[in-house]
Design a protein around this ligand. Structure first.
Ligand code: AGP
Length: 616
């Protein structure tokens, strides 16, 4: 996710801006930039790479301005490069803007502006914003102190998507204007100075008094004053909030643990991972140049990863085979690398890794390349070893995942992989249009459904209470629900230290059911309408043997079965089966989290585990 910092006061802005960006590095980025105003001129210093690179540049040291904006960019539109970095300027260089979010209608806006004489130098969506502001400024005949504010408001009213904006203008050299919609932005109140940031940690060392902006609230900042306006530019008053967090707590944005913060960030992470890929009629993977001929010759696709990342492969395997009619094998990297897999140039190998540094996955990738396979990496960290080694790198935009137990990376990886499958199906022209359109529509609606599930956690408490003293828990499912049950089981194990086992529901009776006895906890997952009857009978088998059961079902399935036979139930919004792992895992992540907290364990740093296993 991008990061934004701003400063207006008596001090030199650049050191404060860079320090703020450094505090936002945890959000992940590939480029950084700052802009300040001095002597009515906007000066911009920006480049691909890390914040520390900016510190050492002479141009940075020469920045004397005491008003400035700053940005760390996580590329969504356009590759990481100096030109695509923020801040962006309009053609006349009267406006400079930094932006966090995604402008979904930037293509139309770009065409409109080009028709009105504007030209563009970057590949970004953001560059339309300063030029749109300039367009409205130049077409506003009323010359008064609010002209820039009106231009910003007019431009924002044309934007579709999410945005947190900071705007500098040579027309108001002693002010800055900010506004947000869906992307976060906070204002820190100082004495004869004011601060702006994407989140509180970036500026908490300067002030404890914050204004938390709501959507479409505009702020005109001066050194000694903050003026707030609503979307119709009526002046409004806002109460400030005093933050009592310490610095460490602030990095968790007020959550008690990184894991809970990252579970709650999933709607944003999924939304940003989808980005603009579904804006055009066909799913956009401009990073890839696959042809119908190449994909049609593939004999096999391997999905290779470890742990949760491997569970993503299990979650998407059936969808990939179903839509693309290519054999798919999901492999644990540490197994794949030593079993001399059958690989040649008719094999495509896809490697999934949150960190992009997992040793087994990296080794498997190198072996695949040696045997002539094309390789794709799906990772959350730009510039990671796996992303650099693979022929193609695709990025989730989950933002850095700090907690050892992976949550938002899993749902983002699964989302990105489904998008990739849609792309493959469209390139192959091997798809049922209605099914693909339904898949795209449901995918775009997932963040909303995840938000609903994250809000509805009251029913989890009794489940947590029935689990946290247990020594053994079983997770059952069939098909895609079996894949989800494997991720759910790992979550519980790795942060609560309770032994749990994921089992294919239909396989239980072939031996393992001998372990089922009175009082043992079994969590059943049923989201596939075609398998309900079979899975239900397997769960009834454990109920008759005295198991305490929790059932996870969709709304429509819940209406077709007798829920009273289960001890606990979790009912999810309806969702296409192909996408169900992204939603089903949410309550199961939370259950694992709350069980670990109930046991007083270190949920972010479980014993024996590392966030990235960079050794064999
Ligand atoms: C998942 O919660 C674990 N942290 C672990 O299984 C992890 O998914 C695995 O080590 C792979 O890591 P990677 O995605 O960074 O390659």
């Amino acid at each position: 996710m991008c990061g934004i910092v701003g400063y207006i006061g008596k001090q030199k802005a650049s050191p404060i801006l860079l320090a703020g960006l450094s505090k936002l590095e945890y959000r992940g980025y590939d480029s950084a930039g700052i802009a300040t105003i001095e002597k009515n001129e906007i000066k911009v210093v920006k480049d691909k790479g890390f914040v520390e690179n900016l510190y050492n540049l002479d141009e940075t040291k020469e920045l004397e301005g005491s008003i400035g904006i700053a940005h760390t960019r996580w590329a969504t539109h356009g590759i990481p490069s100096r030109i695509n970095s923020h801040p962006h300027m309009d053609n006349s260089k009267h406006f400079s803007v930094v932006h966090n979010g995604i402008i979904e209608n930037y293509i139309e806006l770009k065409e409109f502006l080009e028709k009105n004489g504007y030209n563009f130098i970057s590949e970004t969506d953001t560059e339309v914003i300063p030029n749109l502001i300039d367009y409205y400024y130049k077409n506003d005949k009323k010359d008064d102190d609010y002209k820039v504010l009106r231009a910003v408001n007019s431009a924002c009213n044309k934007l579709i998507g999410s945005f947190a904006l900071e705007v500098l203008s040579t027309y108001i050299p002693n002010n800055m204007i900010v506004v947000r919609k869906d992307s976060p932005l906070v204002i820190g109140k100082g004495t004869h100075e004011n601060y702006i940031a994407s989140d509180i940690p970036a500026i908490l060392s300067y002030t404890k008094d914050f204004y938390l902006l709501d959507n479409f609230e505009y702020v005109v900042l001066s050194r000694d004053d903050l003026k707030f306006y609503d979307k119709n530019l009526n002046e409004i008053s806002k109460e400030s909030t005093t933050i009592t967090w310490d610095a460490m707590a602030a990095d968790k944005a007020g959550y008690s643990d990184y894991m809970l913060k990252e579970i709650m960030e999933q709607p944003t992470a999924i939304r940003e991972t989808i980005g603009s890929r579904l804006d055009k009629p066909k799913c956009d993977f401009s990073e890839l140049n696959f042809t119908k001929e190449y994909l049609s010759t593939l004999k096999q696709i391997y999905i290779v990863a470890c742990g949760t990342a491997m569970h993503t492969g299990l979650a998407v395997k059936n969808t990939l085979e179903d839509l693309c009619k290519i054999h798919v094998q999901v492999d644990i990297a540490s197994e794949f690398r030593y079993r001399n897999p059958l690989i040649d140039d008719k094999t495509l190998c896809i490697f999934i890794s949150q960190s992009g540094e997992t040793a087994d996955t990296l080794a498997a990738l190198k072996i695949s390349k040696e045997h002539g396979a094309k390789t794709i990496a799906i990772t959350n960290v730009m510039g990671s070893s796996i992303s650099r080694e693979a022929d193609y790198a695709l990025y989730t935009h989950a933002g850095p995942e700090i907690a050892v137990a992976s949550t938002k990376a899993y749902t983002s990886q699964t989302t990105l992989f489904i998008l990739l499958i849609i792309y493959f199906a469209e390139v192959l022209e091997r798809y049922d249009i209605s099914k693909l359109e339904e898949l795209k529509k449901d995918l775009l609606d997932i963040p909303r459904k995840v938000e609903l599930v994250l809000k509805d956690t009251n029913n989890l408490k009794p489940i947590v209470e029935s689990l946290f003293k247990e020594n053994d828990v079983f997770y059952l499912g069939r098909g895609i629900d079996y894949a989800t049950s494997q991720e759910a089981s790992l979550k519980l194990k790795e942060i609560s230290y309770i032994h749990s086992e994921s089992y294919a529901a239909g396989e239980l009776k072939h031996g393992t059911i001998a372990l089922i006895e009175k009082g043992i906890n079994v969590i059943g997952i049923m989201t596939d309408e075609n398998l309900v009857k079979k899975t239900l009978s397997n769960i009834e088998e454990v109920i008759t043997r005295g198991a305490v059961t929790t059932i996870v079902v969709t709304e429509s399935i819940s209406k077709k079965i007798d829920l009273s036979i289960f001890t606990h139930k979790i009912i999810l919004p309806d969702i296409m089966t192909n996408l169900s792992p992204i939603l089903t895992i949410i309550p199961l992540q939370l259950i694992a989290y709350y069980v670990s907290k109930e046991k007083g364990l270190d949920v972010d740093k479980p014993r024996n585990l590392a966030k990235s296993v960079t050794v064999e």
